[in-house]
Design a protein around this ligand. Sequence first.
Ligand SMILES: NC(=O)C1=CN([C@@H]2O[C@H](COP(=O)(O)OP(=O)(O)OC[C@H]3O[C@@H](n4cnc5c(N)ncnc54)[C@H](O)[C@@H]3O)[C@@H](O)[C@H]2O)C=CC1
Ligand SMILES: O=C(O)CCC(=O)C(=O)O
Length: 434
Amino acid sequence: MSILVEEKNRKTSEVGMNKKENPLGEFQETLYEATELLSYPKEAYHFLKSPVRFLEVNIPVQMDDGGTKVFQGYRAQHNDACGPTKGGIRFHPDVTPEEVKALSGWMSLKCGINHLPYGGAKGGIICDPRKLSRNELQRLSRGYIRAISQFVGPTKDIPAPDMYTNAQIMGWMLDEYNHICESGAPGFITGKPLVLGGSKGRETATSKGVLYILQKVCEQQNLQIQGMRVIIQGFGNVGSYLAQYLYDLGAKIVGIADAKGAIYDYDGIDIPYLMENKDAFGVVSTFFRQTMTNEELLEQECDVLIPAAIGGVITTENADQLRCRCVIEAANGPTTKEAIERLDKRGILVVPDVLANSGGVIVSYFEWCQNNQGYYWTEELVEQRLKERITESYHNIMEIVKEYGVNMKVAAYILGTKRLAEASHSRGWINISE
Ligand SMILES: NC(=O)C1=CN([C@@H]2O[C@H](COP(=O)(O)OP(=O)(O)OC[C@H]3O[C@@H](n4cnc5c(N)ncnc54)[C@H](O)[C@@H]3O)[C@@H](O)[C@H]2O)C=CC1
Ligand SMILES: O=C(O)CCC(=O)C(=O)O
């Protein structure tokens, strides 16, 4: 394991710092384990541990006060052996190059697990969209596309929304790209407004995917959604729809957290009220006088804990204090590897992000297919195909859990890595046959 010590700066996790500080190391450590279990030569790990391409850009943006501010942005393309790369764009003050690289690797795994004809990518801009006017946000979005336009495209790298980006931002980005390329190709970006060629069901796809996976977990664990006590961290695109679906199915949502704090109610929270009143950035805790911290909420008793906001929130610092039966990772990278191992020992199931939240990229793929065909599907068809595909991936992962005797996270990495490595081998980039 000496290469990992060098790669990962293990000191950070030993002192209990969270994954946010080292998401790339987290990705690499489980990737290494998967390549070892697959008996691949070291070159497979060395090739897959970081993106094949990484672009860093400076984006000058004219601010409303007449001044110019320069923002830093990134785009990582992890692996393009299976097809063009695909993944969202995050606008957040804590974006780092390492985080974007890790997120692109996780996108590759999601595409591999779900048999999508893509590799992974991810973009990010260091900014706080809550502090930008609508016009500044539009200029920033267009500036980012101008900066990366030669790097992306409907057959090269297809962006989509992620944290603090949405359909409107995808619309501006599509328009900028179409102007630069003098084309009307809608398949350059997914998660765009319906009127610009977006897919029905993309807005709710990630949360629907989490719900379908939770339904399978319930079958396996003898749990019932009716009466289930659930805590969700994050009330944005993923967390809010998920809370509503679970509430509609009779679950008791006892805790919700957002960027400003957390609320807890033993008798269950009125989710329709939160849905009506949430702000554009998924904040609801500010309506309440009695709040707690995010950290406190994660340790409250519940059946299912669903982190659906930022990465690195379940670490060795709090894993022993969690009081739930199961964690469903709706966010990207919310649980560190060491925390998962501790939860395993305590009999708490962790359902990995690269499966649980892959409904978003699955329906983005459907959107791209519809754009390529110029023929649009009904919402029922989108949801039926999403359910079929993500459920099949769940079963494939459970087979690997049995075959290798590993947890679901490692099994998901094995499944995703296998496809990436086989495609890279078939192209002659690496040799996995020894
Ligand atoms: N939108 C999508 O289709 C997909 C999103 N994801 C992942 O799901 C997670 C949530 O994404 P979205 O819902 O799209 O984002 P969003 O921007 O719609 O909502 C983010 C939510 O997280 C909360 N939040 C932000 N910082 C926080 C903090 N420090 N502590 C607690 N809460 C905080 C916000 O208040 C908001 O409620 C991210 O990890 C994202 O990468 C994964 C797959 C697809
Ligand atoms: O819809 C997509 O293409 C990507 C979604 C995404 O960024 C993610 O799954 O983390």
